[in-house]
Write a protein that binds this ligand. Sequence first.
Ligand code: TEU
Ligand code: CA
Length: 564
Amino acid sequence: MKKKWWHDKVAYQIYPKSFLDTNGDGIGDLRGVISKLDYLKELGIDIIWLSPIYKSPFVDQGYDIADYYKIAEEFGTMEEFDELLAEAKKRDMYIVMDLVVNHCSDQHEYFKKALANPDGEYAEYFYFVKGKGKKAPSNYRSYFGGSAWEPVPGSDKYYLHMFAKEQPDLNWENPKLRRKVYDMINWWLDKGLGGFRIDAIINIKKDVKFPSFPADGPDGLASCVKMVEEVEGVGTFLEEMKHETFEKYDAFTVGEVFNMKEDELREFIGEDGHFSTMFDFSAHELTFGEHGWYDSKPIVFKEWRDIVFASQLEMEGIGFKANIIENHDEPRGASRYLPAHAQNEAGKKMLATTSVLLRGIPFVFQGQEIGMTNCLREDISEYDDISTIDQYQVAIEAGCTKEEALHCCYENSRDNARTPMQWSDGENAGFTTGKPWLALNPNYTEINVKEQENRADSVLSYYKKLIALRKSDSYKETFTYGKFVPAYEEQDDIFAFRRVHEENGQDILVVANFGQEPCTLTVEGKVHTVLLSNMNREQAVFAEAEMNGSVTLESCECAVILMG
Ligand code: TEU
Ligand code: CA
């Protein structure tokens, strides 16, 4: 395998609006990011992905871009962005921006021009399609609810929006539009960006016949994802984009890819794939409900473990996936993947270990490193997220009570990850001196950076050790390129795997007990060293293994063991 500069890197996602506010307007900003570069460096981060910071009306929190060449005023200025790039560079860190090009904002100049002349040149930058009689061209439901078609005022056409109506889809069939997109990408790369996280990218290919599908909900509509699943040919666009842009800069790209077709993994992330890597959403997908959040499924430990393993094995010999336990669209990993008895610091460290040491590129989402959790709200009005408001309504319409619908939001809301970063136990968790744009999770008084920074056994201190181990000169090769080999699969509560490097001979066992009871495991082979323990029992685990050829892991205990 050809080695790439990003193979051994660790990435961190910043959701700028909720990271750190430095001017008291309640909104996180670029100055805040700049001021925390040393914090991230110390954590061991190499690549920083910023959720969108472009000019936007923020209908979907910046995923609706009004000007791809401007920084949102809320976040700062282009000078500040350039300063961020320079400061990151000084620290050998890379900045990765969010690339949102399936759609833009209805406030984008192109869309305004398109509306002004629905038969003109700019209408062809979008999908302006004649209705069927007095009805929309097809029965698609957008991801955020309601029809994916919106009438174009003063015309018999409709425009397509797979997300909110304020997010019109860009017409990738139009070569002029594609050229504009590539020029924009190159403009940013010329500034010295490390690359892009690529939003909702599978959606860029449409079946321009826009066939209707059998209704799949009481609204009589069919999810627009149906069309995405059926249509072929997204790869042609992705290859062209790569050749015209990323490839020339050796940029790092991570795709947000849902609904990839079977057997396409090599095309997406193989050596000459469309992207450097793509997120592994297989665990997340386990919870998908058929109709929405109200019928979403809880995580069952073994199903979760098995799907992570299957996903790891699937990429062997192909490429690298990007491993996450949470992001800005998902509930907090500590609340979702840890069983109730493990929702504590030991459990959070264990979850960190089984995620960060997988094969692939680890991504840590802001606050994950201190073990931030989902946030309980008492009323739907306390939520901001467009998707949460829709899903609450879907739940109510399906017959849920208010309490039940709120509980769905507690478990699934995208706002769980968007509450402000908890820096301290002081006013507003040290996030802002003003009024935070989204209410904090009240548990900031216990869970915060300041409290954890100087405590040797905190989740934060553990993340530092864990990342340092992954990147250490001695074991980096193995954690980066070593094979993933499942272990103790017959055990019901154990999440264990080995990372085996054939050339250097290293064999590292990662083992975690997600169960409620202690568990004794026979150790096959000789234990060389215990590299890490989430209960500071390195020596004890080693001694046990030496003496009995077995180790007993407490509930929520994990260990990283060098064999040989
Ligand atoms: O999310 C895209 C996205 O497609 C999913 O969240 C989607 O709703 C799910 O896959 C259904 O299968 C991205 C961003 O991460 C999100 O924050 C934006 O709201 C969205 O795109 C629109 O830009
Ligand atoms: Ca601010």
